[in-house]
Ligand binder design. Structure first.
Ligand code: ADP
Ligand code: ASP
Ligand code: MG
Length: 632
């Protein structure tokens, strides 16, 4: 007999008929000999309706009252659902977050779960009842009891957290699509269903806009090794399993806030090439990286900064042994990039930096926990180490620094995050529950000529797709700050301020160009955030800019971010080139580029977002032969 947590989303319980159909499914699971805890979302579009109602009263509703309001949606669905089970003769009881004891931080509208009391649920289960728990809500117990919510889409997180706390055999997320697909089937109907995906890939996809799972649910599944599957509540198809690495032992306290970083990596075998003043027009990145791929040069990080005037800077890192080849390509192509139809439009400079190292913190939910990157930057600042390039992703934040500083950086970071650098040695993937899942072996440890490298990648990259999925985020905004002093501590100050307001930052890009103003070298920094946070972030940074003498703060909300994710892209030359080429072929201009080991993101104009997603999905041959039916 298994203990199963089943979560049903809004559409799955959107009507009386759907509630009855889902009750039948739960009833069957119990009759098959299992104990079942059901987690529910509010029925249909109830939460959207409540948000709209609040905005009819107030432009900026009080966050505590928002939680009071939104948490009512789930209370309705759990009560109705328990009644439906009871009608089938199945004993059931509904419980709110308060009644279960789902304790969260006191952070209204985006609270993280600290602890879940399991005694009451266990007692009801032992009495053969189905326990129906309200998703998305909890209580904070600092001072007086307060109702909190976890953030939109947070019922997935409630379900996986409950599964971890109850040590359930597995957690099933039932939704309105057959599982996790190569992209959103509402935008691309021939998106293909996958049997499985690694938790790192899913974390990236979820945080880059794939709404099918709440990123924090994936984070908990990964950290606690909860077998997790996404399935349709309309069919009996097996759905998609999310595979997590074998977890390190963790306590079930401070569930969503404890130990965000579990490994450190460093790589002293890297060099950086920057091309300055590259014309800002479609096709330039495709041309550059196409040529690089043809020479079989594998690039690691790529960053394209926002443009000043009508030119961009593009920087990338390569392994030292292939630097000469990469530099030759860059030098050969620079004059070509600087001309338009044979007419010279500007001078593209090539800059090579040999003495760099990349240090990274590895974990889950790096973007979702804004304090983590800020702490990394602050730690490097305290050690007086300047950051040359930053790459962020949900599973890793990397900084490129001077190679001379690498040892000090690693020592400071391992103290700050309480992790051993040697800890980064092995990583086995654990099959997620039911059989048939591939188990790629972890691989690490390489010493290349002239450098030392401690990095984990999956050696069986051939068994992992190069691109697993494509995501589109149309709810992002870009903030740029001009002329920030280029010295240790700047990134720490900037992102520390945003972290204090709980604002998560995704793509972070420092311009390669440096301008000396009043004797101080200065660069521009740009980054993306969710549009919801844009106003607060802009105000905060404008105040800081006035105080610290930074330049103008520029906000652009009309952007879209399109990303590819795949664990198999590690050490595969040409992946970025293919993505850029797909955009170039459709005359879509790339405004910003950032990469991490398993993702590449491009910012394009908002109105080109959907088109960009479609052409990239097609370019990587991800379409299936069937069209996915999605309920309206
Ligand atoms: P629920 O109410 O069940 O939680 P959501 O609307 O939150 O459902 O999430 C399911 C939706 O996620 C799908 O209907 C689909 O439009 C969207 N989606 C986005 N990206 C993906 C993807 N890669 N795979 C599957 N669905 C996706
Ligand atoms: N009802 C909440 C929402 O719509 C939580 C959820 O569905 O996951 O965001
Ligand atoms: Mg959802």
């Amino acid at each position: 007999m298994a203990l199963i947590v089943q979560k049903y989303g809004g559409t799955s319980v959107g009507s009386v008929e759907r509630v009855q159909a889902v009750a039948q499914r739960v009833y069957k699971t119990v009759k098959a000999g299992n104990s079942v805890v059901v987690v529910l979302s509010a029925m249909g579009k109830t939460t959207d309706g409540l948000v709209k109602l609040a905005h009819e009263i107030s432009q900026n509703p009080n966050r505590r009252e928002m939680d009071m309001l939104l948490s009512t949606g789930e209370q309705v669905s759990i009560a109705i659902f328990s009644m439906a089970l009871q009608e089938l003769g199945q004993p059931a009881i509904s419980l709110t977050g308060l009644q279960v004891g789902i304790v969260t931080e006191a952070e209204h509208t985006r609270a993280r779960i600290l602890h879940i009391a399991t005694d009451r649920i266990q007692r009801h289960l032992s009495q053969h009842k189905v326990v129906v728990v309200a998703g998305f809500q909890g209580i904070s117990s600092t001072g007086e009891l307060e109702i909190t919510t976890l953030g939109r889409g947070g019922s997935d997180t409630s379900a996986v957290a409950l599964a971890a706390a109850l040590r359930a055999n597995y957690c099933e997320i039932y939704t309105d699509v057959p599982g996790i697909l190569t992209t959103d089937p509402r935008l691309i109907p021939d998106a293909q269903l996958m049997d499985e995906i690694t938790s790192d890939e899913m974390l990236e996809l979820a945080s880059l806009g794939a709404k099918v799972l709440h990123p924090r649910a994936v984070e908990i599944a990964r950290n606690y090794g909860v077998p997790l599957v996404v399935r349709s509540s309309w069919t009996d198809e097996p759905g998609t399993w999310v595979m997590s690495p074998k977890p390190k032992p963790r306590l079930l306290v401070n569930l969503e806030i404890a130990q965000p970083v579990d490994e450190l990596e460093f790589d002293t075998n890297q060099a950086k090439i920057a091309l300055l003043r590259v014309p800002d027009r479609p096709g330039v990145a495709a041309r550059l990286f196409g040529e690089i791929a043809r020479q079989d040069v594998d690039v690691d990080l790529i960053i394209q900064s926002i443009h000043e005037g009508n030119t961009n800077d593009i920087a990338f890192t390569v392994m030292t042994p292939i630097l000469n080849r990469a530099e030759a390509v860059a030098l050969a192509i620079a004059p070509v990039l600087g001309s338009d139809n044979g007419v010279q439009t500007g001078e593209v400079d090539v800059m090579v930096e040999k003495n760099i190292a990349k240090v990274s913190i590895v974990g889950a939910g790096m973007i979702g926990r804004p304090g983590v990157a800020a702490k990394m930057f602050a730690t490097l600042a305290e050690a007086r180490i300047n950051i040359q390039m930053i790459s962020t992703s949900e599973v890793k934040v990397s900084c490129v620094i001077d190679v001379q500083e690498c040892d000090r950086a690693v020592a400071a970071l391992s103290r700050a995050f309480e992790v051993e650098e040697e800890g980064a040695l092995s990583r086995e993937l654990l099959a997620g529950g039911q059989g048939g899942l591939g188990v790629p072996s972890g691989d690490r440890g390489e010493r290349g000529a002239g450098g030392e490298k401690r990095i984990i990648h999956f050696s069986s990259a051939s068994s992992l797709p190069i691109v697993r999925g494509v995501a589109l985020d149309m709810k992002q905004a870009r903030l740029a700050i001009r002329q920030i002093p280029d010295r240790p501590g700047t990134a720490a100050k900037l992102f520390g301020l945003l972290a204090q307001h709980n604002i998560s930052v995704d793509m972070i890009i420092q311009s390669q160009r440096c301008r000396v103003i009043d004797g101080v070298p200065r660069r521009d920094i740009a980054f993306t955030i969710t549009r919801m946070d844009a106003e607060v972030a802009q105000k905060t940074l404008e105040q800081a800019a006035a105080e610290f003498g930074w330049g103008e703060v520029v906000l652009d909300s009309a952007i879209a971010k399109v990303s590819i994710v795949g664990a198999g892209m590690v050490k595969q030359p040409g992946v970025a080139a293919k993505m850029f080429e797909a955009l170039a072929n459709h005359h879509i201009n790339i405004q910003m580029i950032t990469t991490s080991e398993i993702k590449i993101s491009c910012v394009v104009a908002q109105e080109e977002g959907v088109k960009a997603l479609q052409v990239i999905h097609a370019a990587f041959g991800l379409a299936g032969s069937e069209r996915i039916q999605v309920p309206a």
